[in-house]
Write a protein that binds this ligand. Structure first.
Ligand SMILES: Cc1cc2nc3c(=O)[nH]c(=O)nc-3n(C[C@H](O)[C@H](O)[C@H](O)COP(=O)(O)OP(=O)(O)OC[C@H]3O[C@@H](n4cnc5c(N)ncnc54)[C@H](O)[C@@H]3O)c2cc1C
Length: 494
């Protein structure tokens, strides 16, 4: 008799777990609140068009190659990608611009022209150190199910020697960046990578410079948006027999004799299984949202420990004054203040840095002549369960964001009905237990990466997958977490 697994949630982690378990011969049922797979990989309807409202930067192609290969498929045959020649276009309110590329020489030349030769050399050292950290952590941290700081420290010294001390995680990324860049704009640019894991560059360990290395290895645009990736993963799992139950919220995870044995849906129907993977935010379990049986399965996450939330605007607009690329960042002048405002004052700066994804553009090709699909994003505190953002407050925040764009040279023209806003309280509703955090806990402090819950919980038979669990947030990392959970389950069942 095949073993049966239930997966609660069809986000990246739930989907990869479904692929791996179904391909390994398990009977898999996935229960998802929404009407389609993807979770944060989703599109918002804005008038006539769909605009990606979640992740837009697709990296770590190898994670998907390996996942699809394990299930007997070729990823590139299922998902059409276009490699972006430029990593991103960056602009500042003083009128300066910088484009960065995969190629280190090309970026170093761009930095020398933008700043000076010393900063270009600092960039080359930054790339070397980022690669070192990445190579040390890829197998010793990301791919392991339960990383330990002692074992990792030993391996870093064994494999990286004294050089690994140069990028030791006791310093903050912000602090470490000062050693590479004297130009404050470059420190700001590379500090921004901390936000990819929902964190402040002022508090996140310097090892997170590896994110810039990951991006240098390639950034792709997914044809049909990131939801196409989610659908391809769901289709692959279905081909191996997994069953998806959409619009089926799970109300309770049930235990018998201290072991997770099944779920009860909001409809009242109960289903039993040998193993259960929870792909929602792990904090939903300790908040009691999945019932008392699993209340103690994970540690409580304090509000202060949450990673970043965001305010986003999906806009169908005409643009002028600035030649957008697919990924664009418009920096406000005081980056430190942005993060102290969010994490200490728990508010949003009135001059925020704005990310703009121009979804109809890639490699100088502009697919539409008139309106184009944009996602605007600013960081915000994850206090979505501590009061809603009112309409006037959101309008004020949008004016502030648009004013940063205008000062950088970009003008947007759009009708009110062509703009859909999502605030931290909306994110909290969509991802229960999260407070609106899009990335689980913030990676603040040297040991933060080790305090993320791993795939196993304190309750036998209950496992975690997703961005709030090890190895962390981001589509590829959440995908890895699902595969780690699937391996853990198979190991326990053997
Ligand atoms: C605006 C935004 C921008 C981002 N940008 C990027 C980016 O550019 N690149 C990148 O790699 N990452 C980015 N991320 C992060 C990335 O999207 C996430 O880390 C990743 O998608 C999380 O996947 P997950 O497995 O945790 O599942 P999630 O996407 O969190 O999905 C969990 C699913 O579980 C379901 N669920 C929860 N509870 C229940 C229940 N009780 N019953 C049934 N179903 C339930 C939910 O409905 C949801 O569908 C971004 C995220 C956002 C929101």
């Amino acid at each position: 008799m095949p073993k049966r697994a239930i997966i609660v949630g069809a986000g990246a982690g739930g989907l990869s777990a479904a692929v791996d378990l179904a391909a390994a011969g398990w009977e898999v049922d996935v229960f998802e609140t929404n009407a389609e797979p993807g979770g944060k990989m989703h599109q918002r309807r804005v008038g006539e068009v769909g605009i990606d409202g979640g992740p837009t930067v697709f990296t770590m192609h190898w994670v998907f190659d390996e996942l699809f290969k394990r299930a007997g498929a070729v990823f590139d045959n299922r998902v059409r990608l276009t490699e972006s020649r430029r990593l991103a276009r960056h602009a500042w309110t003083d009128g300066s611009h910088l484009d960065l590329f995969h190629d280190i020489d090309q970026s170093a030349q761009a930095i020398a022209d933008f700043s000076d030769e010393r900063n270009a050399q600092g960039y080359r050292r930054f790339c070397d150190d980022g690669e070192l950290v990445h190579n040390l952590l890829r197998d010793n941290f990301m791919a392991t199910s339960q990383p330990s700081p002692i074992r990792l420290g030993y391996r870093l010294l064994r494999d990286g020697g004294l050089r690994s001390l140069a990028v030791a995680p006791h310093r903050s990324l912000w602090n470490a960046l000062g050693n590479y860049f004297s130009d404050p704009r470059l420190r700001q640019l590379y500090g921004r990578y901390a936000t990819y894991v929902g964190s402040s560059p002022l508090s996140t360990p310097s090892t997170l410079m590896l994110i810039a290395h990951v991006e240098r290895q390639g950034v792709w645009c997914v044809d049909g948006g990131m939801r196409a990736l989610a659908h391809a993963m769901a289709d692959l799992a279905t081909e191996h027999g997994a069953r998806f139950h959409f619009e089926s919220p799970v109300r309770k995870i049930n235990c018998t004799n201290g072991r997770a044995t099944g779920i009860t849906l909001s409809s009242g129907k109960s289903v039993s299984a040998d193993a259960i993977i929870f792909n929602g935010d792990a904090a939903a379990l300790s908040n009691g949202l999945l019932g008392d049986d699993v209340l103690k399965s994970t540690r409580i996450r304090e509000r202060q420990a949450r990673g970043l939330s965001a305010i986003t605007w999906c806009i169908n607009a005409t643009t002028s004054g600035f030649e957008l690329d697919h990924h664009n960042v418009f920096f406000a002048s005081d980056y430190e203040r942005e993060f102290t405002t969010i994490f200490k004052s728990r508010s949003v700066c009135n001059e925020p840095t704005v990310y703009v994804c121009a979804q109809d553009r890639v490699n100088n090709m502009h697919i539409t002549d008139g309106k184009e699909r944009l996602l605007l994003l600013i960081n915000a505190p994850a206090d979505g369960d501590h009061g809603a953002w009112t309409r006037p407050k959101l309008e004020q925040q949008r004016r502030s964001a648009l004013s940063v764009l205008t000062r950088c040279g970009l003008n947007l023209d759009f009708a009110e009905e062509d703009c859909v806003t999502t605030s931290p309280d909306n994110w909290h509703q969509r991802f229960p237990g999260s407070g609106g955090s899009l990335y689980g806990a913030a990676s603040h402090g040297m040991f933060s990466s080790f305090s993320r819950p791993s795939s196993g919980t304190r309750i036998k038979g209950l496992y975690l997958a997703g961005g709030s669990a090890h190895p962390g947030p981001g589509v590829p990392m959440a995908t890895l977490s699902g595969s780690i959970a699937a391996r853990h389950i198979q190991h326990d069942a053997a």
